[in-house]
Design a protein around this ligand. Structure first.
Ligand SMILES: Cc1cc2nc3c(=O)[nH]c(=O)nc-3n(C[C@H](O)[C@H](O)[C@H](O)COP(=O)(O)OP(=O)(O)OC[C@H]3O[C@@H](n4cnc5c(N)ncnc54)[C@H](O)[C@@H]3O)c2cc1C
Length: 381
């Protein structure tokens, strides 16, 4: 069974998400790739259908579903294309910070808009000088009366252009030891004085997902916008990374499953030397090897989803899946492109887009090298 943790209710939900995306996303996806942006109107339609933040509880406007509903939405979005990743980031990566660490007042203020699509969210950790080494960020937040003044710069921020709410990692006590204790999280809202956005960054892939630099120049944020407690930001980030990485594994999995599917179709219809290229032993062996890799990856992922849904801490295992599955997806998709010959290098073919879109999955949500440092640490090394 492909999804042992999903029920009939999830299947019905999947059918309606798929129908909606076939009508509202697939026909426009190329246009969004060219615009380097998914229009806000689409976010609002997603919200209207109940496809954003399915886990948010009913009191804040959500459906109060389990993680299985998020799995369904992320899988269906990835079937359309990896450029939809910013939507999953909103629902399953950023909004959970508001749910877990926000006060009741903050949740009443922000969550209904996140569910409806009125508030698009982003998370800003990375800076030009600090990515993997998060504890060395330079952005500061200094208390002044009933406000904090934020100064600094962030980069590579998914949904950076369109976001209405940005969870920003700042140092509130730059002298703190260890430096992890220096970090706090703030919700910066669009329009706050001193908060500006840079250009849309020109990425090699995932074109419809907007990615930007953010600037904070004496940006005054009410003290009420701190998320959780001062000095606890690093711990909050580490707690939430398990789900973030699991979502990346999930979308990498779907990307390779889709790549395999289109390649099976292609090798059956493309002919060379008087026969379909699927008849060559090389093609058959490559396809057999890739199908095996995809199945192994799916089995590991399913097991981790079940454990995550049961509330287990699986930091080391998710790190294993993150590096293995995203590296495997890169290999599989490159091999699928090879089997398309020259056509695989043409943008008209889905495999070309899958090839450029998969590259970043071994980099964001913690690079695969950082995943290996986490695994090694958990081995007691
Ligand atoms: C498309 C895209 C979207 C993104 N979205 C977001 C977002 O929404 N929010 C956000 O905050 N960030 C986001 N990021 C940033 C992303 O998380 C970082 O790029 C990533 O964490 C790596 O940081 P870096 O780019 O500074 O690389 P560096 O940290 O400079 O790493 C460079 C290389 O050195 C290696 N390296 C570093 N440290 C070690 C070590 N200890 N041991 C071994 N090797 C090491 C890395 O693995 C990598 O290969 C995004 C990035 C991209 C490209």
């Amino acid at each position: 069974m492909r999804h042992p943790y999903l029920t009939e209710e999830h299947s019905i939900f999947r059918r309606s998400v798929r129908r909606f995306l076939e009508k509202e996303a697939v026909p426009y996806f190329d246009e969004w790739e060219q615009e380097r942006l998914i229009p806000k109107a689409f976010w609002l339609k997603m919200g209207e259908q109940g496809f954003l933040c399915p886990m948010v509880s009913e009191e804040y406007g959500g459906a109060g579903g389990d993680f299985g509903f998020s799995v369904v939405v992320n899988e269906e979005l990835e079937r359309v294309g990896s450029g939809m990743a910013g939507i999953g980031l909103h629902s399953d990566i950023v909004v959970p910070y508001l749910v877990s660490y926000g006060t009741v007042e903050q949740k009443c203020r922000w969550l209904p808009g996140c569910v409806s699509g009125e508030h698009i969210t982003a998370i800003a950790m990375t800076e030009p000088g600090a990515g993997s080494d998060l504890a060395s960020i330079c952005t500061t937040a200094t208390r002044h009366g009933d406000s904090y003044i934020i100064n600094g710069q962030k980069t590579f921020i998914t949904n950076g252009i369109q976001s209405d709410l940005v969870v920003v990692a700042c140092k509130t006590d730059p002298q703190a030891s260890p430096p992890q204790k220096a970090i706090s999280l703030f919700v910066v809202e669009a329009g706050m004085p001193g908060f500006t956005r840079g250009r849309k960054l020109n990425k090699i892939g995932q074109h419809s997902q907007d990615t930007a630099e953010l600037f904070f120049e004496d940006c005054r944020v009410p003290a009420d916008n701190i998320l959780g407690r001062e000095g606890e930001g690093f711990r909050y980030l580490m707690e939430k990374l398990q789900q973030e990485r699991l979502v990346v594994v999930l979308v990498a999995q779907v990307a390779m499953e889709e790549a395999l599917g289109v390649t099976i179709d292609y090798v059956k219809q493309r002919k060379a030397f008087g026969q379909p290229i699927s008849k060559f032993q090389n093609t058959r062996f490559k396809m057999a090897e890739m199908a095996t890799q995809v199945e192994i990856s799916r089995a590991f992922l399913n097991q981790l989803i079940v454990r995550h849904m049961a509330g287990e801490s699986i930091v080391a295992e998710v790190s294993m899946a993150k590096w293995w599955s995203t590296d495997t997806a890169k290999q599989v998709i490159a091999e699928c492109l090879q089997l398309h010959g020259g056509y695989g290098y043409m943008e008209d073919y889905e495999i070309a887009r899958r090839y450029r879109d998969i590259a970043v999955m071994s980099i964001y949500a913690g690079t695969n090298e950082i995943m290996k440092t986490i695994i090694a640490k958990n081995l007691g090394l």
